[in-house]
Write a protein that binds this ligand. Sequence first.
Ligand code: 6PG
Length: 478
Amino acid sequence: MDDLTEGGLTDSGPTDSELADIGLVGLGVMGANLALNLAEKGFRVAVFDRDPERRAALASGAFGARFTACENEGALLAAVRPPRPTLLLVPAGAPTDAAIAGLADLAEPGDLVIDAGNADFNDTRRRAHELEARSLTFLGVGVSGGAEGARHGPAMMAGGSRAIWARVEPMFTAIAARHGEAPCAAWLGPDGAGHFVKTVHNGIEYADMQMIAEVYGLLRDGLGADEARVADLFRAWSEGPLASYLVEITAEVAAAIDPESGKPVLQIIADSAGQKGTGRWSAIEALRLGSVASTIEAAVGARNLSAASELRASLASPSAAKIDLTPEQLHDALHAGKIVAYAQGFDVLARASVEYGWSLDLAQVARVWRAGCIIRSAMLDDIAAAFEAHPGASLLSAPAFRARLDPLLPALRATVAASALSGLPAPALANALAYRDQLTQPRGTANILQGLRDYFGQHGFERTDRDGSGFHGPWVSG
Ligand code: 6PG
């Protein structure tokens, strides 16, 4: 196989040992790096991308001998050992449907299509059914870790048939990140489970990043910290209970200097953030499932507002009073907010598991996220242990997390209060606090909501002093 040129299989065709172990479609950043990772681990990979330069770059670079560059889907399928697994790394939505159609028309029964992009799990469920109807098999695998992770070890969250996963599991575990000896690649549940877990991973990623941004804002505008000071603080924090990839890279981003201007890079990056949709999907699915993912929602909202440049320019007015907080309080507030963000994310997963009959093992999800992925953090070891000890419980009711969160609350309260009083926004941290407070309030305020609903719509309510439902207030006559 090593001497094959693009699309140029010999007349007699490749021998079995020359056939590739897997096909890969889409040689963007993630696809090319996953292809290199597979090749480095000794797998032969047939690759296809519409851009011939991308194909050629891979075939002529490192491990080039392990690649078969193919000029179309037919050549790709012909170059892979049956039953042929093909990995898709193409943008979500229509491009994924087009790539699947390109393969499905040429595939044979038993061939396997694996979508490793960031797909909406509703699409994954639909695609699985469509391909099954054509005797083809489909897995939706969430892959996290960015370019670096794809190249040297991502976290991988598989959904679909467990038996089909078993066929490709050795390849995926070989290229996955490792936490100690444990590979961070696992089958998590049927149909869309893998992509759903990846979507919620990204939702937590959004919330975590937003809370980091809020603490950065309070440090910068409330405490007058310059970028070097922010970097020093986050570097120190990355050694403690907040130890995580995102906190580590926050220190690096804050410390970086722009070579052109000589200024800290943070000073020259526009304050308007983009998004590809996974955070929004998380919030939407949470609402559909009756879950509260208010930290994720706040994070999506904050990105939306950051991008509303005209409105922001028209309303801009200088804030703000200096705040009276210590960096230690901000550290503890971030720690508390992060616990709540994880609790909300896992609640979304728990509800989806019931709704779709996935039997998700939340401890297993936490274990898969411990290395390789963007939200990897020391806290995930403790989360896995909490779910092992109390499967099915909310993270906030796990004794270890109650004990951990309670002492952090004064700092979270002080931070949210300082944000409100100074006009320096901290919506995700505020939502984290409100979520926790609403859950712990002995007598809530939904009694008046029920009174109002009954008053204007005769919706009825339950009473605290009698069994049954459908009671009405005195405002309903007769
Ligand atoms: C990951 C990342 C990855 C990607 C996000 C970013 O887990 O490796 O989450 O999937 O960076 O899609 O999403 P936004 O562009 O929406 O921030």
